[in-house]
Design a protein around this ligand. Structure first.
Ligand code: G3I
Length: 461
């Protein structure tokens, strides 16, 4: 039985009669889908880890790793189970590998690379030329000595890892914050001028021609003066044949610096220059459903850009995050999956249940957009029972403000206090046979934002 319920969620509402007619038509289609006429997600078993789900989307899902935690069994088992790419968090930085001139030590970085390689994970190299974590001797050199030290550093480090690194952050954070679009002061900038970035990339290409070469920065995630400056540099490099393959968007977010509304558009404009884009240091301070929704938005943005080749979160567990008090990662300090984990896995098309949202493995969910108008779109969520029958189910749907859900059908919604998180339950009996599906629908008023809603994991009993 299809039930339509129009619920008032915001100032603009669709006209009830036309909405009811649309809902009835759509609801009938959903019923047919639920009866198995249209197969949606009933047969293939969804990937149950971040890495596997990302791989099914042709992408990697990685994490920053610290060598000194690899001996902790839960750290290693979480890393090994969930991720298929690693970035050494500090171990490849200049102060770690060449603390005194010409004397290279790769012990800790080798540990991470060996761990990854023996388990089929790829490695991002981070980072060759950066103003921070730079030993004092570098800043003391004159221009010509500095040029030769920079090129020697790139050559030695890249040749040591030749063939083992998928992508290198060749130059990191070379632009200033704020509206100037200027280069940041550093020994390289101050003594070698703007050309140091180009020189670093040319040296890097020669040192390991197989590695992708990236420029990496923060506060460049949306369209702003800093990202415009990086964009202009990349466009110039592409026009002049300076070797650059990818741009990394660090994506450190919190309430003062949330996921920008034009995140996807910004990734896309860089991709349109002919480079891959990667989300390289993702972490989002917060908790619960709002953190989960932000994570979901980031994953959806990457999936919407075909040249967005992968996502790396900046650490495995909140307890070892560089900003642990903000609990910005996908696993809490006890390695339990957080709602943010569920949102990422679901956005990647995977399904594991059992996450921090209290989910179980009894059902999975998928989202698709139905009709769209200039001011609104209809979303459809399909709930599929797992290997065993279920008697009821629950799914959360989170929209991004100022979006509002203005109507729902074929389910019974409840709302959190923000009005952004809708928890949907079946109308009446939610029984589904093993492998069977049902769907519910809703209308999202865009209010200027067209991003897809974020699904929580499906819980069933
Ligand atoms: O290893 C020493 C230890 O021996 C000493 O006892 C301790 C106390 O001073 O410091 C330890 O080193 C710290 C290191 O992390 C390892 O934990 C450094 O002080 C600390 O400065 C360093 O912080 C790192 C930071 O980069 C440095 O700028 C963070 O772990 C790392 O997550 C962070 O990563 C950066 C990216 O490389 C670039 N983008 C921004 C991102 C976040 O800041």
């Amino acid at each position: 039985m299809v039930t339509n319920s129009s619920v008032e969620r915001g100032p603009t509402r669709p006209e009830p009669r036309s909405l009811a007619r649309r809902a009835l038509v759509l609801g009938t289609a959903l019923l047919l889908a639920g009866a198995g006429v249209t197969a949606l997600s009933g047969t293939a078993r969804a990937a149950s880890t971040l890495g596997a789900a990302a791989a099914e989307k042709g992408r990697y899902f990685g994490t920053a790793v610290a060598a000194n935690h690899l001996g902790e069994s839960q750290y290693a088992s979480t890393l090994n189970a969930e991720f298929n790419s690693v970035t050494p968090e500090n171990e490849m930085k200049w102060d770690a590998v060449e603390s005194s001139r010409g004397s290279f030590s790769f012990g800790s970085a080798d540990q991470i690379v060996n761990h990854a390689q023996s388990r089929g994970m790829q490695v991002r190299g981070h980072t060759l030329v950066w103003h921070s974590q730079l030993p004092g001797w570098v800043g003391g050199l004159g221009a010509s000595e500095l040029r030769s030290a920079m090129n020697n550093h790139i050559n030695q480090v890249m040749q040591h890892y030749k063939g083992k690194i998928a992508a290198w952050d060749v130059v990191n954070e070379a632009f200033q914050d704020g509206g100037s679009g200027a280069r940041r002061s550093s020994p390289f900038q101050d003594k070698l001028g703007d050309g140091f970035i180009e020189e670093a990339f040319r040296t890097a290409r020669a040192a390991d021609p197989a590695a992708k070469l990236c420029y990496n920065d923060y506060n460049t995630d949306g369209i702003n003066a800093k990202s415009n400056a990086v964009y202009n540099m990349v466009r110039d490099f592409k026009a002049r044949g300076v070797p650059i393959d990818c741009v990394g968007f660090q994506s450190h977010f919190n309430s003062a610096s949330p996921v920008p509304g034009d995140y996807r558009a910004n990734l896309q404009r860089f991709a349109d220059l002919g480079v891959d884009v990667q989300i390289t240091e993702l972490d989002i301070e917060g908790s619960g459903s709002s953190q989960a929704a932000s994570y979901g938005n980031v994953v959806n943005a990457c999936l919407a850009v075909s040249r967005c080749t992968g996502i790396t979160v900046w650490g495995v567990t909140d307890k070892y995050s560089w900003r642990a008090s903000g609990t910005p990662l996908l696993f809490d300090g006890n390695y339990s999956k957080k709602p943010a984990y569920d949102a990422v896995l679901t956005a990647l098309g995977g399904s594991g249940g059992g996450g921090g949202g209290g989910g179980s493995a009894g059902c999975s969910v998928s989202y698709s957009k139905a009709e769209e108008w200039s001011d609104r779109f209809n979303g459809r969520v399909t709930v599929t029972a797992g290997n065993a029958p279920i008697s009821t189910w629950t799914v959360s749907v989170t929209v991004t403000p100022p979006q509002k859900i203005s109507a729902t059908w074929n389910g019974s919604p409840t709302w959190d206090s923000s009005g952004n998180v809708m928890t949907m339950r079946p109308n009446g009996n939610g029984s589904l046979a093993a492998g069977a599906s049902t769907s519910f629908g809703f209308t999202v008023m865009k209010n200027g934002n067209s991003s897809a809603p974020v699904l929580g994991s499906c819980t069933a009993s």
